[in-house]
Each structure stands twice: as structure tokens, then as C-alpha cells.
Design a protein around this ligand. Sequence first.
Ligand SMILES: Cc1cc2nc3c(=O)[nH]c(=O)nc-3n(C[C@H](O)[C@H](O)[C@H](O)COP(=O)(O)OP(=O)(O)OC[C@H]3O[C@@H](n4cnc5c(N)ncnc54)[C@H](O)[C@@H]3O)c2cc1C
Length: 445
Amino acid sequence: MKYTIEDIVKNDLCIGCGVCVSESKDSSMIWNKYGFLVPDITKSFNKDAIKVCPFNPQPDKEIEDEDKIAQYFMEDTPYKDHDIGHYHEIYVGYSNKFRPTSSSGGIGTYIVEQLLQQKIVDHLFVVKEKDGEYTYQWFDSIEDITATSKTRYLPVSLEKLFLEIDSKPGKVAVTGIPPFLKAIRLKQYYYPKYQEKIPFLIGIICGGWKSKFFTDYLAQKAGIKGEYSRQEYRIKDEASYALDYSFGAYDDNESFHQMKMKLAGNMWGTGLFNANASDFSDDVTAELGDISLGDAWINPYMKDGKGTSLFVTRSVLADRLIQEGIQKGKLNLEKLPIQDFIKSQLGAFRHRRVGLKLRLKELKKSDKIVPFKRNRFLVKAPIEYQIVQKQRRIIRYLSLKLWQEHKDVDKFEQQIESLLKGLNRKTVWYHRFQKIRRKLGLKTI
Ligand SMILES: Cc1cc2nc3c(=O)[nH]c(=O)nc-3n(C[C@H](O)[C@H](O)[C@H](O)COP(=O)(O)OP(=O)(O)OC[C@H]3O[C@@H](n4cnc5c(N)ncnc54)[C@H](O)[C@@H]3O)c2cc1C
């Protein structure tokens, strides 16, 4: 049987990248009932539209996974690692100019500024505010470059990228989370004219793709009863540690409401409001970007509330831009051993990779279609981790369902509390078992 985009959406494997919309005459991205953007599958798609889908269960052999795609696009990359893919160098630090106005160390903004300034590209396709909301947009103003800064934890889509790119003179750089980059690479593979047209991709490491419900929840939790706009997800507290950031948004009366994220509890390690497809992406570090950006969630950097970037250069061009920045004194960076980089994303590696086989089994058991995944990551998880994973999957699904039903912070928290406590208990047991395994000299994860 040959699968289609319709099957991807119906099986809840759509991440909402929107690239398939360019493979349809009249489809567009629409909001589904759980707060995610998905293509309108009541419209018709080209017969091979699924080829650009990052979760295609039947990809063409030559570019069947991130390894093969990287092999095709990253010939000039000197190193290859089992966990982080092709790379040139790993760095930690910040941009002197953009750190204060960025989510992390400001390397994202520094890179896009350089791409425009050095005329490597003529346009950016990046996430930016428009009428109080955030969407992917075309942008080319070096003077206003900080308007592109900051992390936006809500569904956005590349829908317009391939619908409009042909009318944009010159070259384009795009930012995106791992499955979005994969979709762009697939499109470039099947339409080689886009290889030259898009010479640079900025990967955003992503611990979980959240529903719009996540932001609705945070806005209510911060005290906004009705509509909100211009939300800020990463308000730094320079006097505190890096993870001690706040969420804030404007209400209808233009009052700004702000809340420390720690009041919302553990939003990233629990599966809350996550997209199902996000659980099936085994690319943790945005392996298909020229550069891949993340946060330095390791000491001593974590102690610094000003924020520190941790990132990988993969192409020669990306590394040149970074080296120039260091030499000109614009970037304050040091090289980081690969083990420290992996350590900073350990939770994501464990979740995405060790838990993957179990989740694929779950799909097969429930007669759902199964995306194609790299065999080398399909490992058997220890039983104590399987238990944690199962609870996370329940929380993921129920958090979306409960918010859809109530849209009320108090009712939501009342109903999700026991599940979160259950996850906590299971996680404690998981750590205990791992400790025992370690003492016995057995393999741990
Ligand atoms: C959903 C999500 C989950 C993330 N999870 C992790 C994680 O688990 N671990 C980790 O280390 N880092 C994670 N990050 C990345 C991190 O939060 C920072 O975005 C990254 O380190 C860049 O910081 P910066 O200061 O260099 O970027 P800035 O200088 O602030 O620039 C940010 C850049 O990111 C782009 N951008 C913002 N939001 C989006 C979006 N939704 N989709 C595509 N592009 C976007 C902007 O267009 C801009 O170019 C996540 C980011 C997102 C959006």
C-alpha cells in the first residue's frame, strides 16, 4: 500500500511543517482541535506529495533518513558522530551584541545578521511577530535584525516558503526545528533548483514541539483571563540562573503579565502539550542544519542568567562565519568537547532514542502507520524506562484532550496533577533501578 499525506495527518504523524502544501493546488495549513497546524487534507495533493514529508513511512532509499540526507548535502563536513551527526566544531558562548536581546546567547541573531550583511543570502525566512502573533515571515532588514530574535514555543509552519520563494530574487536562509529542516532538504533533493536558492539552514534544537494550548495555559497561569498577544517565552533573570526565566504576555488592555516558568512545573520532561510526531523524530541536534543552535544546559554556563548558546557548526561556511566572529571580537566562544554537548541534551537523547523502539511498537500494535526510522537507534529500553515512557505518552495525549475540553487552568491542573505525580514516582524508581544497575556493573542509559 502506498501512503499519502492524508494518512500522515489521520495517523497523527504530522508535525505541521507545511512543506507538503506546496505539493497541492489549493490546500493550506489549518488549526486542528488540539492546537496544532496541519495541512487541510480535504484538498487534493500531488501523488508524490508525501516524498517531502519528514515522517514518510516509505521514503526513497537514497534519502531515507537523516544519515543519507546528510551524506548527500554535507559532503564537506569533516566529522561524523553516532549521536550528533555530521559536524565541524562545537562551541559554547555568546554574541556580545545580541546576547541581551536573544533567548540564549544570541548566536541565532548573529548568524542571520552575518548572512545578510555578507550577502550570502538576500532574504531570511524566520519566525517573527506580526499583529501580536508569531509566524514564519520573509525578512531582510539588517537594521531591525533583533526583530527576528527569541525562541517562540508555538506552532508555526513553513507553508509559505515554497509557495512564495520563486518570486523572491536572490538567495534565502531558513531557521527550523529538525523535522522542518528535513522537509526542506527533501524538497531540495526533489527540486534541485532550491539547493542553490537556499544555501543556508539554521537548525533549532528542539526538546518538544508544543501545541498552541501550551501558550494558552501559560497565559492563563500568568493571570490573563481573555486574549493575549506578543508573548515572551524566555524573559531572562540576569541576577539568577539560566533556567530561571519567565513567561510573559500582554492582555487585551495592554497590561503585561509575567510569571516565572518554574511556577508551571516541569513542562519539558513530562510530555505536556507535545505533538505526537515530535516523539518520532530521532534527530536531537538538528543534524541537517549548516549550524544547529541550542542552550548550554550544563554547568558552569547554566549558572549564568544572561544565557549561553551551545551550538554545532556543520558546514564549512557556518564555521567560517563563527571563526570570523571570534577573530573580530564579536563572539565570546570556546570549543566544547562532544561529550559535554551530548550531556547538555541527555534527557532529549534518552527520550527520543531509547524510548523510540517502544513507541514504534505502540504504533504497530494499534494498527497505525509507522514512520521510517534509523535502525541504529532502535534499542530495547530497560523496563523501568519503559514505564516512564508509557506515562509520558499518556500525559502527552491527556494534556491536549483536557485542555481542549476545559481551557481552564484550575480544572486542567486538578485533573493532570495525579498523572504528573505518577510520572514523578515512576521517574524516582527509574533512577533507583539505574543506580542499582550501575553498582552491579550492568549497562545503564
Ligand atoms: C520549540 C523549541 C524547542 C526548543 N528546545 C530546545 C531544547 O530542548 N534544548 C536546547 O538546547 N534548545 C532548545 N531550543 C532552542 C533554544 O531555545 C534557542 O532557540 C536557541 O538556542 C537559539 O538561541 P539564540 O539566543 O542563539 O537565538 P536568538 O538570537 O534568540 O534567535 C532565535 C532564532 O530562532 C528562530 N526561531 C524562534 N522560534 C522558532 C521556531 N518556533 N521555529 C523555528 N525557528 C524559530 C528565530 O527566527 C531566530 O532566528 C528550542 C527552541 C524551540 C523553538
